[in-house]
Design a protein around this ligand. Structure first.
Ligand SMILES: [Zn+2]
Length: 147
């Protein structure tokens, strides 16, 4: 027996996995993670980020290969890209990934720079990891301090 997708409420879900109650479109579009990050379980972090005065947009998109990226565009044009943070051989890494709540976020900040290619940007990984509440506070404070 099929049921409607728990996210869009439109598409029928025919999964043999009883825990999967969302459709492929809501998975591939990032809506699944959007809803997760807007839930009480994640302290409504995404709604709180969207309400900040220095935030233009904040959303999750499919970055390819089943990896998802939270991207937050600030009013000054910078993009905050939280993901899976790590440190390998002294190199600070942030991968496109929505980590579980207990793992914390690594954060990249991209700043567009003038160059021949309009896509040019500097990318700075922040040295710390942030839990959901700390990430909201970080984004709120980024209109003054920046790496
Ligand atoms: Zn759906």
């Amino acid at each position: 027996m099929s049921e409607k997708c728990s996210i869009c409420g439109v598409v029928e879900v025919f999964s043999t996995d009883p825990d999967r109650d969302y459709c492929l479109t809501c998975w591939m579009s990032g809506d699944y993670f959007d809803q997760m990050l807007c839930s009480d379980e994640r302290s409504n972090m995404l709604q709180r980020i969207r309400q900040l005065p220095n935030v233009v947009t904040a959303r999750v998109f499919h970055a390819g290969d089943s990896a998802f990226q939270l991207a937050i565009v600030l009013t000054d044009g910078r993009m905050v890209m939280p993901g899976l943070g790590g440190n390998i051989n002294g190199q600070q890494l942030v991968m496109p990934f929505v980590p579980p709540a207990d793992q914390g976020w690594g954060v990249l900040v991209r700043r567009p720079v003038e160059a021949d290619n309009e896509w040019a940007a500097t990318t700075s990984p922040l040295p710390e990891k942030y839990d959901d509440d700390e990430l909201v506070e970080l984004v709120a404070g980024l209109d003054v301090a920046l790496p």
